[in-house]
Design a protein around this ligand. Structure first.
Ligand code: ADP
Ligand code: ZN
Length: 284
């Protein structure tokens, strides 16, 4: 049985064909341009493949509640051309198979919970620290969904006393994403984040912000595993700093599980494999 998977992002859409046990057999990367052109290529890719169903992890905000009229529609986004675009119904004009859609980070959390770092656990949280910060959570084996999908990337955090950067989030200024995503680092320090000195104190400040988010998430959701991915987390020195700050901020209030904070086990494939899990669940 062949299943389809899509990871849709602001710069590229990755499409894959895989099996129900999480193996990706083939994949392709399509640059994100206009909705019609991008999804045109997506539909062309799947046309000859005869998949049973498709799972789609999309950039957000996107309607993820199948009982709502905005299901599968891109909501208010600053991305040119995409605001209000009916992603799911557009795909269904040519792909006549069941399609499940959720956010890219919810898909990544599901991928890691099914085949990755949180396999065997019934809860986890996946956070990407990249161009933006986004996070998705699994609780009792299900993706967390309320009146919207969660938006943990915009958690409000306490400022580091040595940091005077005003913040880069167009909505909230100095929220987590505004202070700690890749573009915030680049604006604040005037260099590509990858080129910043690994020994610099700035990584400790970065870790302080991410640690605050994790402590808040522990208080609200208490996920059994926390998985940190995305471009900025390629700076592996962040992990020990984050663990130390979490310990300091938490004090002894909650006892955290062993190896609570980890890197994705599925590497770059958390979301694509999660999309495969969404496709599988759609026809179970
Ligand atoms: P996206 O979030 O767009 O899907 P990424 O997760 O790769 O993509 O995140 C891109 C961001 O991560 C950029 O702001 C970039 O500067 C930053 N980044 C990429 N690689 C590194 C690295 N090795 N070290 C630090 N930051 C990085
Ligand atoms: Zn924000």
């Amino acid at each position: 049985m062949k299943l389809g998977a899509i990871e849709g992002g602001g710069t590229k859409f990755v499409c894959g064909i895989g099996s129900a046990d999480g193996h990706i057999i083939d994949s392709i990367s399509i640059p994100t341009t206009t909705p019609e052109q991008t999804l045109g290529h997506v539909m062309q890719y799947f046309a000859p493949h005869n998949v049973q169903s498709i799972g789609f992890g999309s950039f957000g905000p996107v309607g993820t509640d199948s009982n709502k009229a905005n299901y599968g529609r891109i909501l208010n986004t600053p991305k040119p051309h995409w605001s209000g675009f009916p992603m799911l119904s557009y795909l269904k004009t040519q792909l006549h198979v069941p399609i499940a859609i959720d956010t890219d980070v919810n898909a990544a959390a599901l991928g890691e919970a099914t085949w990755g770092a949180a396999a065997g656990l019934d809860s986890c949280m996946y956070m990407t620290v990249g161009t933006g910060i986004g996070a998705g959570a699994i609780m009792k084996g299900k993706i967390v969904q309320g009146f919207s999908h969660s938006e943990m990337g915009h958690l409000l955090i306490r400022r580091h006393p040595d940091d005077h950067f005003p913040g880069a989030c167009p909505f909230h200024g100095d929220c987590l994403e505004g202070m700690a995503a890749g573009p915030a680092l680049e604006k604040r320090y005037g260099k590509k984040a990858a080129l910043l000195d690994k020994e610099d104190k700035l990584w400790e400040i970065e870790a302080y912000y991410l640690a605050q988010a994790l402590v808040n998430i522990a208080f609200v959701l208490s996920p059994k595993k926390v998985i940190l991915g995305g471009g900025v987390m390629k700076q592996a020195q962040l992990f020990p700093y984050i663990r130390e700050h979490v310990k300091q901020l938490m004090q002894s209030y909650l006892e955290l599980p062993e190896d609570w904070i980890v890197a994705p086990k599925l590497g770059e494939f958390s979301a694509l494999k999660g999309a495969l899990a969404l496709a599988r669940a759609k026809i179970e």
